[in-house]
Structure formats: structure tokens, C-alpha cells
Design a binder for this molecule. Sequence first.
Ligand code: IDP
Ligand code: MG
Length: 167
Amino acid sequence: MYIITVQLIHNKQGDSHIMERTFLMIKPDAVQRNLVGEIISRIERKGLKLVGGKFMTVPQSLAEEHYAEHTDKPFYNKLIDFITSAPVFAMVVEGEDAVNISRHIIGKTNPSEATPGTIRGDLGLTVGRNIIHGSDSVESAKKEINLWFKAEELSDYTGSREAWLYE
Ligand code: IDP
Ligand code: MG
């Protein structure tokens, strides 16, 4: 079964908004530096809702499929070695404009260019150890969620504070 990652939501006033899901992965460097709680806390505080999460060591084949677009890059082999070297925490989060918002709170790819206040800007130093992955478009989110998670590993639920997050 293919997981649906974008949904049109209607509220009681008849307004509608688009609810998205995106894929985030706390990388091995952040797990080793005991930053998992800090990072999840930033994501939750923003208002994004956790709908799935798992702590895992990434198999070679999954790493290769996930980073397939980078096969020809000079850093590709080191990237695959790094991602498979120690456990990661993979997540799916949900919210209005979740793909864009999570890329914003993550910050630029190179922590040396990432704005302070972003996850990479506050917690990382170098591009090869940049703390977290986040899907870069709704299309990639759909692909990555389906690659990393089975439908039964994700939860559909209404957060008790949603009326205070959305009009
Ligand atoms: P993103 O993670 O911000 O989407 P991408 O360009 O998709 O960035 O690159 C994927 C990952 O590859 C980065 O998060 C980083 O870990 C690694 N990477 C990207 N560019 C470089 C580089 O120039 N040197 C080393 N690693 C890189
Ligand atoms: Mg990317």
C-alpha cells in the first residue's frame, strides 16, 4: 500500500488547508552526540506532529536508494559510509507546509552557512556532519516516507492542541 503524504483538511468554519507529511532523519553524528532529544524537541516546539519514528542502523541498500541522486558526487562514498556507520533516528512529521517549514528549521546544507537558530546553524560545524536530513520537496517526501516506513508504522491521530496551531 502506498502511503498518502498530502491531504486537504477542512475545518469547522469551512476553510481548508493542505496537511503534509515529511521525512526527517537524525544522522549518526547527532545520535552519537546525544542530540536526539534536543532535535525532536525543536521539531515538536515548532508545532510539527510526530506520526512515526524509529531508531535503526541503516542497511547499505537503503542508504544507496535514499541518496541515489548523489551517486555521481565526489562525496557519495563517504556519505554512504557515514550514514551506515552508526544508528540514526528516522521520523515522519506532519503539519501545514511541513516540508518547507522543516527545511527552514533545519537550515542550509553546510552548517557554516546555516543561520543561527536553525538546527544545523546551532548544532553543526561541517557539511559532512550536518546533523539531520529533511526531504527537500513534497515529491521527495512522498518517495522517502514510502522508502523508510511501512503504512502500519505511521499513526493517524488528531493532536489535542491542533485548534491552537491552525485557524
Ligand atoms: P541536504 O541534506 O541539505 O538536502 P544535499 O545536497 O541533498 O543536502 O546533500 C545530501 C547530504 O550529502 C548532505 O546533507 C551532506 O551530508 C552531504 N553533502 C552534501 N554536499 C557535500 C559536500 O560538499 N561534501 C561532503 N558532504 C556533502
Ligand atoms: Mg537533499
